[in-house]
Ligand binder design. Structure first.
Ligand code: ZN
Length: 289
């Protein structure tokens, strides 16, 4: 399996931190019925998206994209040394998988010009920071961290009421280090990086469209988690903050890219995680390339 993909003048690297079972399909997808699960079990298992106990398998990864001008890291995954008592696989972990994957792609933390988070959930901001002498410091010392304004404002406000651990340890230290930039939906980086607002999973969730003048690749973040949601776009996920908006966003996103050349780089689909959107009945599928 190649972890490096070319698209137009982009080079895309997958930086995998974990690929493992997450929650049971019926728990994670509240509108999924046992009957529909049974109809889809065989192909979901063949795609390694479902295990023998009907637990969904997810990949947790970053993408690093090299444009002719910049090196951009999209979603910073889970991170080390972070207290996540509800997630044993993530809690206070100290493995070197992520940094080794970065090195295997020929990259060091100093190479990253921009970090962009599709949203500010725990598994998308983790490596924003790392622990150094008891303090959280930016992992990518030269990077500017780009946060979408709606998303940033939502979490700053939420965190002010009740501290949200990933905001406390993986976002606020970036703000305090003055490494961040809060941007509107019209923001672009050169002629290669554009934002597509995709609200629902979180209020300011954004997909990122990369490519010179056209979308050679789109990074969909958590507007979709599992391939079964491509086939049934209305099937929202337990943690979608606004389930109805997430469903609407999911269908319109899949429709937008259906039968185009754009590579859809999902955050959580099992490997290879990347494909082109094709129509399948009243839904879609993401076909590996
Ligand atoms: Zn996620």
């Amino acid at each position: 399996m190649s972890l490096t993909i070319k698209a137009g003048d982009l080079t895309i690297h997958r930086i995998i931190e974990q690929e493992t079972t997450f929650l049971s399909a019926l728990e994670m997808l509240p509108t999924l019925t046992p009957e529909v699960l049974a109809e889809n079990r065989a192909w979901m298992q063949a795609a390694k998206a479902l295990d023998a106990k009907d637990v969904l398998i997810l990949c947790f990864q970053s993408y690093v994209v090299k444009t002719p001008h910049h090196t951009i890291l999209i979603d910073s995954c889970i991170g080390n040394d972070k207290p996540r008592p509800n997630r044993p696989n993530w809690n206070m972990k100290t493995d070197d998988t992520y940094l080794r994957a970065l090195a295997a792609a020929g990259l060091s933390v100093g190479d990253i010009d921009y970090v962009m988070c599709t949203h500010l959930h725990v598994d998308h901001v983790g490596w924003n920071t790392r622990l150094e002498n008891g303090r959280w410091v930016p992992t990518f010392p030269k990077a500017k961290y780009i946060f979408a304004k709606t998303e940033f404002d939502y979490w700053i406000e939420t965190n002010a009421k009740t501290p949200v651990p990933p905001i406390v340890d993986s976002v606020m230290p970036i703000v305090e280090a003055k490494r961040h930039e809060v941007v509107g939906d019209e923001h672009a980086i050169g002629d290669h990086v554009r934002i597509l607002p995709t609200p629902g999973h979180t209020p300011g969730h954004s997909a990122f469209r990369l490519g010179r003048a056209k979308d050679d690749a789109v990074f969909s973040g958590d507007l979709i988690h599992s391939p079964i949601q491509a086939l049934y776009p209305e099937m929202s996920m337990k943690f979608d903050v606004d389930q109805a908006a997430a469903a609407k966003t999911r269908r319109s996103f899949l429709e937008r890219y259906c039968d185009t050349d754009t590579l859809c780089c999902t955050a959580h689909f099992p490997s290879p995680s990347v494909g082109r959107i094709k129509r399948r009945g009243n839904g879609f599928s993401c076909e590996a390339v």
